[in-house]
Design a protein around this ligand. Structure first.
Ligand SMILES: [Cu+2]
Length: 66
């Protein structure tokens, strides 16, 4: 299960925003976002480019370190 670190989430609204942004990416399903650890993980129904995931998160105002 791929996972990515998301910086800047402060509440459940942030979690929902990140969840929705990731679910909108083709091939991404079963998104789980953990506020405390700042980690988002998901399952793939098709290969997903992590650069696309990173972009989707940054586009809605959060940071992906590294
Ligand atoms: Cu928030």
């Amino acid at each position: 299960m791929p996972s990515i670190t998301v910086k800047g989430m402060t509440c459940n609204h942030c979690v929902m925003s990140v969840t929705k942004a990731l679910e909108a990416i083709p091939g991404v399903t079963g998104v789980k976002v953990d506020l405390l650890s700042g980690k988002a993980s998901f399952e793939e129904t098709a290969p997903v480019d992590m650069a696309v995931v990173k972009k989707a998160i940054e586009k809605i105002g959060f940071e992906v370190p590294g």
